[in-house]
Design a protein around this ligand. Sequence first.
Ligand code: RB5
Length: 146
Amino acid sequence: MKIIMGADHAGYELKEAVKQHLKEKGHEVVDLGTDGKESVDYPDYAQKVSHEVLKEHAMGVLCCGTGIGMSLTANRIRGIRAAVCHSDYTAKVAREHNNANIICLGGRTIPPELAIHMVDIFFSTDFSPEERHHRRVDKIEATKCC
Ligand code: RB5
């Protein structure tokens, strides 16, 4: 699977840990930065990763302090469904129910072991075939900005 990754300074270390794991598992990983702990603005990375996910028909991982700023930014881009996950269950249903294409993780809120476990669940779970989930995700995509 092709996975596009990005982080700000607060998510940098988590990104590196998750990246190493995903590479070891054989995924094709594209890292769009940031490349260190110097302070940067998370929206810049959320935007870059989101556009690349859409262009490459790929999936994404975004890490910041909480995952929240990344998800708020990414979800402004049509076609992106970016989910902040904090447990096995949220990682699973973000794919099964919401067809999320980006998982957002908090470098200051979750340990790397949990993040690694969640990305394994996220990237091995398919969108449910059940009609109600497709109907609901279609309604997300049809939502007009106002
Ligand atoms: C950076 O200090 C922090 O605000 C950012 O990483 C993130 O948590 C925002 O949602």
